[in-house]
Design a protein around this ligand. Structure first.
Ligand SMILES: Nc1nc2c(c(=O)[nH]1)N[C@H]1C(S)=C(S)[C@@H](COP(=O)(O)OP(=O)(O)OC[C@H]3O[C@@H](n4cnc5c(=O)[nH]c(N)nc54)[C@H](O)[C@@H]3O)O[C@H]1N2
Ligand SMILES: Nc1nc2c(c(=O)[nH]1)N[C@H]1C(S)=C(S)[C@@H](COP(=O)(O)OP(=O)(O)OC[C@H]3O[C@@H](n4cnc5c(=O)[nH]c(N)nc54)[C@H](O)[C@@H]3O)O[C@H]1N2
Ligand code: SF4
Ligand SMILES: [Mo]
Length: 712
């Protein structure tokens, strides 16, 4: 080697001086892939790279979002100081000043308008510890009944369906490792290939093993491409489709009579209802040919094992909870639940979509999946918290209903943690106006999101790289996210912020925690004896055992891999089938002469939710830098819309402008727009305020719209 080359390599070596490795978990979806951030520092600069780390769920895999998650976390837009809005501009203030303002505002609002004039809006992206604390903060710190969270827009339909049918709700009833061995897999309204990409190998292995895969989606996606049979359902018609499947299953005698007899209530009524239906009518309603309904039903009914997975395509409907129940009816009629390789999976969305729905952020819920209206549950939790039961508020209302109360003036103050409701809620313009009416609004975020922009005060928080805590993944497996990346600026962890605000309000004695583990140890006591029992789980165990599936009622219990093997969780130990009518209680929007097309909404691989984080990542933003409307070419031509052209989309609620993307594979009566962009590209400007009457889920997946080319 020449002297020059030697010198070159020596300087290179010197430059790559130190390397640090930080363990963490991906901040995005429910797979909660374990990963490591590698930081290489030279004197002049730092370089970052994310790599996967082995674990029982994602087995070391990462998708494009996980690989690039550090780009937003280290972005220079990260907030480092509390910001107060003065004359329409944000100015940096100290934490002491911020706390003083919160105390003054919260106290004056409550003394003028009563305790319930304050509200809390939480998230399923925060840790279990933080979700638990936020619920306690609302009830004990602020003494308000108004708390709910973004999971209402996400998992509420599936959660309510499982709770009503089985008596409890854990996303997957079986472990993920069973998927490759199941003989027939139904993927209803779920796009796992883009939304939980690292789960795909389980399904690919199933296919290699000869499993028959049925996809139900109005569009062709990377997920439906894997299927043996794709039922291209009309948006919003899943409940009717499930009735068609049930009808064939029952008439072809593909039911499990002894299972029904021993373990199920309500079968006779369902049988009676579906036998009154006409399959041609079901086909007409759903847009799925009769032969395809028959094929799907007979394969699922005949195979010895089978699983059904639902996600937001079925669930984000004004009949989402009953639509899911109808898929559960199929599992119960065929006896494909509580057995090896047979079961249900509500494919959880957010990173802690499972855990955050168990520990008291929901309007009607207390930790451990307890109910705030149940006397025994109230007594138990009041005891754990050291308060008087009569001081524990009763149930409040759902996320969107809280926003309606802001509009009506009943709610005057908002403490928002880790959500961007101005982009993610239906009728987005209405939501913005309602939030603007508040007397005082505090947002806790890492960035100035579209919602934080409306706040009076923004508190800077830490990211997944910096905040340790537990996250319960898609399987119901509690995992410990280690995180030790140095906190920059004056940002604080969400759990610290909650405790400090409580302290400022004179409630410090209930929030004297100095680490997430201390919070977790209280959460364990609070969940003991509840449905979601975490009491046997400890940080030490999580480190050693790489995650534990709840319920786990004592430290010698190994966790629960498969649910309902001998009994369901209802008092009589049976599961409940229910008649789901083809005509839902709340009628859905149908195309009309004025609004002739269905609009459905969803996701793309490279962006996450309202895009606040992924739009900050240069690699991810480059893959998909603006929104679009997927449309069939023959429909496009009818409306003079060329490929890649700006289009105005209008509903009764408002309008947006996005670019067209021709696709031969979407239904001709349907257009699709993702929801990761804001302002004039925010598809939620078009979605109606109607909610599922049971679980209060908005109908994100069906609107009637008209489209027109934008003249330039
Ligand atoms: N890349 C990426 N991954 C994510 C997220 C993200 O934002 N981006 N978000 C995470 C979160 S919080 C969630 S909740 C999950 C969501 O995960 P999914 O529910 O899988 O995602 P969506 O794209 O909302 O909807 C899934 C599919 O439903 C279809 N669909 C639309 N209308 C209907 C209908 O009426 N019936 C049926 N059967 N299907 C319909 C859509 O065409 C779409 O392909 O993803 C998680 N993972
Ligand atoms: N049209 C339509 N609308 C939908 C959906 C759809 O399919 N179609 N899906 C719905 C679903 S499933 C969901 S889950 C919702 C999600 O809706 P949102 O909850 O509004 O979505 P996010 O983009 O996750 O917002 C999170 C915010 O918190 C910040 N943040 C990230 N991590 C942290 C943290 O650790 N702490 C704090 N304090 N802040 C943090 C981010 O910067 C961001 O501003 O959207 C719903 N809206
Ligand atoms: S987005 Fe989901 S699948 Fe992708 S790396 Fe993150 S947790 Fe894993
Ligand atoms: Mo979600």
């Amino acid at each position: 080697m020449t002297e020059m080359l030697l010198r070159y390599f020596r300087t290179k070596q010197k430059e790559a001086e130190t390397e640090k490795v930080y363990d963490t978990q991906c901040p995005f979806c429910s797979m909660q892939c374990k990963m490591q951030l590698i930081e290489q520092s030279t004197v002049t600069r730092k370089k970052y790279k994310t790599v996967g780390k082995n674990n029982p769920t994602s087995e070391g895999r990462l998708c494009i979002k996980g690989l690039n998650a550090h780009q937003h976390a280290i972005h220079t837009d990260r907030l480092k100081h509390p910001l107060l809005k003065v004359d329409g501009e944000f100015v940096q203030i100290s934490w002491a000043e911020a706390m003083g303002i919160i105390k003054e505002k919260f106290t004056s609002i409550q003394s003028q308008y009563g305790k319930n004039a304050l509200s809390v809006y939480g998230s399923a992206t925060i840790t279990n510890e933080e979700a638990y604390l936020l619920g306690k903060f609302a009830r004990v710190g602020l003494e308000t009944k108004y708390i709910d969270y973004n999971g209402r827009l996400c998992m509420s339909a599936a959660a309510s369906a499982a709770a009503q049918t089985f008596g409890m709700d854990r996303g997957f009833t079986n472990t993920i490792q069973e998927i490759p061995h199941s003989r027939c897999l139904v993927l209803a309204g779920t796009n796992i290939a883009e939304c939980q990409p690292t789960i795909m190998p389980y399904f690919e292995k199933a296919k290699e093993n000869g499993s028959f895969i049925i996809a139900i989606d109005p569009r062709e996606t990377s997920t439906t491409k894997m299927a043996d049979l794709h039922l291209k359902v009309k948006p919003g018609m899943d409940a009717a489709l499930a009735n068609g499947l049930l009808k064939v299953i029952i008439e072809e005698q593909l039911i499990d009579e002894s299972f029904i007899h021993e373990r199920v209530n309500g079968f006779t009524e369902v049988k009676e209802y579906v036998s009154s239906l006409d399959l041609d009518e079901v086909s007409e309603l759903t847009g799925v040919p009769v032969n395809q309904i028959k094929k799907a039903a007979t394969v699922f009914g005949r195979e010895e094992s089978g699983m059904i997975f639902t996600a937001r395509g079925v669930e984000q409907q004004t009949d989402g909870s009953t639509a899911v129940r109808n898929f559960l009816n199929i599992l119960l009629a065929t006896g494909k639940i509580g057995k090896k390789y047979s079961g249900f999976g509500a494919v959880t969305g957010q990173g802690n979509g499972q855990g955050a729905r168990e520990h008291g952020q929901k309007a009607d819920q207390l930790p451990g999946y307890r109910s705030i209206e149940n006397d025994e549950h109230r007594k138990y939790i009041s005891g754990v918290w050291g308060i008087n039961e009569k001081d524990l508020p009763r149930k409040g209302v759902s996320a969107f209903e809280m926003i309606q109360k802001m509009d009506e003036g009943e709610i005057k103050g908002l403490f928002l943690m880790c959500s961007n409701p101005v982009v993610s809620n239906p009728s987005a313009e209405f939501v913005k106006q309602a939030i603007e009416k508040l007397d005082f609004f505090v947002a806790v975020d890492m960035f100035i999101s579209e919602s934080a922009r409306l706040a009076d005060l923004i508190l800077p928080t830490t990211s997944y790289l910096e905040t340790p805590g537990t996250m319960t993944n898609v399987e119901g497996r509690v995992t410990l996210r280690e995180a030790s990346f140095p906190v920059r600026g004056e940002a604080k962890h969400d759990w610290q912020i909650i405790c400090e605000v409580a302290e400022e309000l004179g409630k410090g004695e209930y929030f004297s925690f100095s680490s997430p583990e201390e919070v977790f140890n209280e959460l364990r006591i609070a969940t003991r004896g509840g449905i979601a029992d975490y009491s046997g789980i400890t940080y030490d165990r999580l480190r050693k055992e790489k995650g534990i599936l709840w319920p786990c009622p004592d430290e010698n219990h190994s966790g629960t891999e498969r649910l309902f093997e001998t009994e369901f969780a209802h008092a009589d130990k049976k599961a409940a089938m229910v008649v789901v009518s083809n005509t839902p209680a709340i009628s859905k929007e149908k195309p009309t002469e004025d609004f002739p097309l269905y609009l459905t909404t969803g996701r793309v691989m490279s962006h996450y939710l309202t895009g606040v984080q992924t739009r900050k990542s240069s690699t991810l933003a480059a893959r998909e830098f603006e929104s679009y409307m997927e449309i069939h070419p023959s429909t496009a031509e009818k409306y003079q819309i060329k490929d890649n052209m700006l289009v105005k989309i209008e509903s009764k609620r408002g309008s947006i402008v996005v670019r067209s993307k021709w696709s031969q594979t979407i239904r001709k009566d349907t257009v699709f727009v993702p929801f990761h962009w804001a302002d004039s590209q925010n598809v939620n400007r078009l979605v109606s305020k109607k909610l599922d009457p049971t679980c209060k889920m908005p109908g994100f997946k069906v609107s009637a719209v008209k489209i027109s080319p934008v003249a330039n």
